[in-house]
Design a protein around this ligand. Structure first.
Ligand code: ZN
Length: 136
């Protein structure tokens, strides 16, 4: 793994949290993007080499809606940048980690992503992400 690519934060109201994080970081978010399959609307802030991803649920069945229901707003996941997501999934499975989706899927911000189950990672949801090069 190369670096922390971003930290995902579950929020109830993306507009309000955009304003809050703009004030906090002293800069505006650089994109807003929906991920239909996950039922989320995201916005991204760049801070050095790392990003902050705010996530708002777009429907009650969204994983973000369920997370907020259970735990309230807050840090939802940590995403690590990887060079070869398939290799990394194999390596982590061999190490005994539980991978939620062993086949990477398309995530926000032009990434292919896979998640590790928090049960195998001290209750921290871990995202692996690899920059997409196919431009789809
Ligand atoms: Zn993420």
């Amino acid at each position: 793994m190369n670096k922390i690519e971003h930290i995902g934060i579950a929020v109830k109201n993306l507009n309000e949290s955009n304003a809050l994080f703009e004030a906090l970081l002293g800069k505006a978010h650089y994109k807003t993007e929906g991920v239909e399959s996950e039922g989320v609307l995201t916005s991204f802030f760049k801070i050095g080499e790392t990003k902050i991803e705010l996530l708002e649920a777009t429907n009650p069945n969204s994983p973000i809606a369920k997370f907020i229901e259970k735990k309230g707003e807050g840090i939802h996941h940590i995403a690590f940048d990887v060079e070869n997501i398939e290799n990394e999934i194999q390596r982590l499975e061999a190490e005994g980690f539980k991978v939620i989706n062993a086949t990477p899927k398309n995530g926000a911000d032009n990434k292919r992503v896979a998640f590790l189950h928090p049960k195998s990672t001290n209750s921290v949801l871990i995202e692996l992400c690899q920059e997409r090069t196919d431009n789809k």
